[in-house]
Design a protein around this ligand. Sequence first.
Ligand code: NAD
Length: 245
Amino acid sequence: MNGFEGLTVAISGGASGIGAACADAFAARGANVAVLDLNASDEHWSTACDVADDHQVRTAVAAVAEHFGGIDVLVNNAGIGAQGTVEENSDKQWMRVLDVNVLGMVRLARACLPHLRESAAPAIVNTSSIVASTGLVKRALYGASKGAVHSLTLAMAADHVAEGIRVNCVAPGTADTPWVARLLEQAEDPAEERRKLEARQPTGRLVSAEEVAAAVLYLADPANKAVTGTSLAVDGGTAGLRIVR
Ligand code: NAD
């Protein structure tokens, strides 16, 4: 048994980075994988979906359920970044990031829940971040959005535990994905910026997308029935350790 045979996993933001690594890992364990993203997946069945648009979300979820005959696991992973203090981001930027990062997860969960209720192994895994529990400079908006994802995960876990639907989140540290590559490209000295990011990690290296995907699979795995309402850090120790070198 590979654990996910016969189960259908819907993954938002599954065309790139952490979501794409999740798609590969679930497929390798025998799952039917459905990617919901602005962009098409190179590797997996996918349907176009902007999580900021409720109509698109409902249409995409219906298409997944129709194509695969149901939905067992939702990986709520699509997200966008923002840099700035509270003085630096406009109301428009706040509304946009909260709309994608928080309401996007609400919309997808709302549309998937009727299908998860039909599943023998239902689970939701949300992608939070180290910024939900650790103050990082110029991450007021992004941190608030991921703090909301963390709290939303706990409230959803409480709401749906009686119907057997487990809800957890994963909290990655700085992960080596196209997202971080884009940030580095904007720096004056990308190599030096990368060195600084790596030095910030107690492990001295960035987290890989595959390492985050492994944690998502653990949280989604029907074998782990006792795990609900938790946040699993995959951050190289950044949130919890104080290393003096
Ligand atoms: P990425 O940019 O490589 O991938 C994000 C994917 O989400 C892309 O395929 C993009 O098209 C999709 N997406 C963006 N907006 C969307 C929308 N409105 N509707 C549907 N799809 C949309 O980024 P990543 O690094 O893989 O990040 C994935 C998740 O992990 C995000 O929620 C991010 O906040 C979180 N995260 C990333 C890091 C990191 O260091 N990379 C750390 C902690 C948390």
